[in-house]
Write a protein that binds this ligand. Structure first.
Ligand SMILES: [Mn+2]
Length: 410
């Protein structure tokens, strides 16, 4: 990957900054004996997958300072942890020519401080009952001496950039989705009643690992029977009983881009009449919602229509007696942005534009029948409509039943 990509992203970021404003982003902290994954805003603007580093961009009257701070390699430590990234390596990857060491950060920031009014960083939404975000903590020496400097979350600056995917990003996403799809097929081809949910998780994880997707995009949901009616069931530790429907809500992360796909299949080979009825309803709604996708439509439009269609469907089959009762069986959003984060930046009410990638995931959950159905695809917004990136992963009843029957007859 060319450092030019990161330079272009930083140029777009810089265009949004006014004089006296700065961006300060902190890489993820290194955690002992833990697999390292980078903070996504930092990664998006620098391409650097190293812990503890800092990125700053300061807009002055006549200047724009872009600078990196990285860890100094200490020979005694490098015996244990391997070589630290050198400044010239950081420059080669990121395209940022001014690279200093972490112990120089506060000194350098001091030079800019008197003229700063606002700093954008990754702080999210501050919660009073939660610890201070690391960025707020790390900037304390500055904010204590310059209480006038406001720290704001970077979301509104970076979301417009991150939610429009480049061709390169779409290639990574497609790969993440394809690997996930292969893993779902592996599961459908090996699952049997009596297996544990986590055995299916292992099957998919194996597929990911041998395909270069080293981590999950999010904690996988492998939910059989009533567990599928718990939206964020992540234990995956139940035995799959014969006759149950198994819900897989899974996504591999490839090059830090996350897939997010949900499929359901009958462990015993064919759907029961009731499972078929609920599944068909969800599938039909899902297809109608996907059909709506084009630039100019809002995520809220999709949500309102989903609720309406599901309510009509549930009323027609007698599951509810009044359209408003639908919230009892469908209670979540139908769509979110997808990208480096599984729930990517962009919000829940945005207007769609070309290059956005969103999920479409209606569902119906009936705990009293030990049944939950959700069908989720990943969809690219194109100039005139949409392209379903996960279209190769089977979701028609006949396709799923024939895969399952073939698998069980082996
Ligand atoms: Mn999703």
């Amino acid at each position: 990957m060319n450092s030019e990509i990161f330079s272009q992203r930083r140029d777009l970021l810089a265009q949004q900054l006014s004089v006296g404003e700065a961006v300060v982003l902190f890489a993820k902290r290194e955690a002992h004996l833990e697999k390292f994954t980078q903070e996504n805003n930092f990664l998006y603007l620098t391409g650097l997958a190293v812990p503890n580093a800092i990125f700053i961009m300061v807009k002055g009257e006549r200047s724009l300072v872009t600078q990196l701070f990285i860890q100094r390699g200490i020979p005694e430590e490098e015996v244990w942890t391997g070589k630290k990234m050198r400044p010239d390596e950081a420059t080669e990857i990121s395209g940022i020519t001014k690279v200093s060491y972490l112990d120089q950060f506060l000194g350098e920031l001091s030079l800019h401080a008197p003229k700063l009014q606002r700093i954008y960083s990754s702080i999210g939404t501050l919660k009073l009952d939660q610890p201070l975000p690391y960025a707020m903590f790390a900037l304390k020496p500055l904010t204590e001496r310059y209480p006038g400097i406001v720290i704001k979350d970077i979301h509104d600056l970076i979301a417009p950039l991150r939610k429009v995917k480049s061709d390169w990003e779409l290639m990574q996403l497609q790969r993440a989705i394809d690997i996930t799809g292969k893993g779902i097929m592996d599961i459908m081809e090996c699952a049997k009643a009596g297996m544990m949910e986590y055995e299916l998780e292992a099957t998919l994880f194996y597929r990911m690992q041998i395909s270069g997707a080293r981590t999950w995009g999010f904690a996988p949901i492998i939910a059989s029977g009533i567990n599928a009616a718990t939206l964020h069931y992540e234990q995956n530790n139940c035995r799959i009983e014969s006759g149950e429907l198994v819900l897989l809500d899974v996504g591999a992360s490839y090059m830090n881009y996350s897939a997010d796909v949900t499929r359901c299949f009958p462990v015993s080979g064919s759907f029961s009449e009731r499972q078929k009825q609920i599944y068909s309803l969800v599938l039909s709604v899902q297809k109608q919602i996907i059909e709506m996708i084009k630039p100019g439509i809002t995520l809220m439009d999709l949500q309102i229509k989903t609720r309406e269609l599901l309510a009509e469907g549930c009323l027609a089959i007698g599951l509810i007696n009044d359209l408003d009762e639908i919230t009892k069986y469908y209670m979540h959003g139908v769509s979110h942005f997808l990208g480096m984060d599984t729930h990517d930046v962009g919000g829940r009410e945005a207007t769609l534009e070309k290059g956005n990638v969103i999920t479409v995931e209606p569902g119906i959950y009936i705990p009293e029948e030990r049944l939950g159905v959700r069908i989720e695809d990943d969809v690219l917004v194109t100039e005139t409509g949409y392209c379903v990136l996960s279209q190769n992963i089977p979701k028609e009843i006949e396709e799923i039943e024939s895969i399952r029957k073939a698998a069980l007859s082996d």
